[in-house]
Design a protein around this ligand. Structure first.
Ligand SMILES: [Zn+2]
Length: 309
């Protein structure tokens, strides 16, 4: 069975706290390992989570504020040190390329050639690399150039094995039918794949970080099985959210509801909130959103919900 889960590495916003590291999120998706927004301390958080540099196949950076990118030097150098021999694609806003250059070569180390760069610009970008996953970046509304990411698995085909078996088609013949080959039943009649299959909807994951309310936040999360959406503030601090182009838990909930998300992961919390206030984030989001809500804590593991039928 394929393994799809979000491993939360850090959940603070501007500054880390005793219980919250800077941002960092690792999405394990079958053979892919996608690291989002490695903030300071990400290398050690990966160690705590039991994730190796070899597990990382792609890095997606939303923007070049320190809480989302100061961990890049450590992660890049660890990839080099551990001799990772597969390509690691790094997507980031092209407008912040000078920051990428500095972080990529922050100190002396034995460099690696497995890192490939995918600077993102414009109104939408399709990022190549995964044959079984469409990775899209859309601009968000923040104080500097920022992009959110959407990972979408293509739709597939689900075989209705029970109905096929009732017609006497089993075993290798099912595989041949699925492969588009000609299969006949015991009476010599051709079995049509369309009659014995249905569309298996591909799963979707969205990562929406550091933004004011905007249409692209909803577009990124459209129909997502899981969406990670920042909620720096509670509604009591809505004025601060407006001023600094961030979301509140209530606004994240509204975006998730509008987009039809299934599991909403709230994170990127301001250091002003203590542990006792976690529940308030869930309550605010739940006023607008009826799906599952996770108020993320460091080192949480959140499974991508099983496929909807
Ligand atoms: Zn931030």
């Amino acid at each position: 069975m394929s393994m799809r889960e979000l491993v939360v590495l850090g959940t603070s916003s501007a500054v880390p706290t005793k219980r919250r590291n800077h941002n960092g999120y690792f999405l394990r998706w079958d053979s892919h390992g996608i690291l989002f927004d490695p903030g300071e301390g990400t290398q050690r958080q990966l160690r705590h989570a039991g994730i190796s540099a070899h597990d990382v196949t792609r890095i997606c950076v939303t923007h070049f504020h320190g809480d989302h990118s100061l961990g890049l030097p450590g992660v890049v150098q660890r990839i080099a040190r551990d001799g990772v021999d597969h390509e690691v694609r790094v997507a980031f806003p092209a407008a912040g390329e000078r920051y990428w250059r500095r972080l990529r070569h922050a100190t002396a180390f034995n460099d690696t050639d497995v890192i490939s760069e995918q600077p993102v610009s414009g109104e939408a970008a399709e990022l190549p690399g995964e044959s079984d996953l469409a990775v899209t970046a859309l601009p968000l509304r923040h104080r500097i150039a920022a992009y959110g990411y959407r990972l979408a698995e293509p739709d597939g085909v689900r075989i209705l094995a029970g109905a096929l078996a009732a017609r006497g088609i089993t075993g290798p013949e099912v595989g041949r039918l699925k492969a588009g080959e000609r299969v006949v039943d015991a009476d010599g009649r051709v079995v049509e794949l369309a009659e014995y299959s249905e569309v298996r909807r591909g799963q979707v994951f969205a990562f929406v970080m550091d933004t004011g309310v905007c249409d692209n936040a909803v577009r990124l999360a459209e129909g997502a099985d899981m969406a990670v959406i920042e909620s720096t503030y509670l509604e009591a601090e809505a004025a601060l959210a407006e001023q600094y182009h961030h979301l509140t838990a209530a606004r994240a909930g509204r975006i998730a509801a509008e987009a039809g998300v299934r599991t909403l992961v709230l994170t990127h919390f301001s250091e002003r909130y203590g542990q006792g206030e976690d529940e308030r984030f869930a309550e605010e989001a739940a006023r607008h959103f009826g799906g599952r809500i996770v108020v993320a804590a460091d080192l949480d593991r959140v499974p991508v919900p099983t496929r909807r039928r």
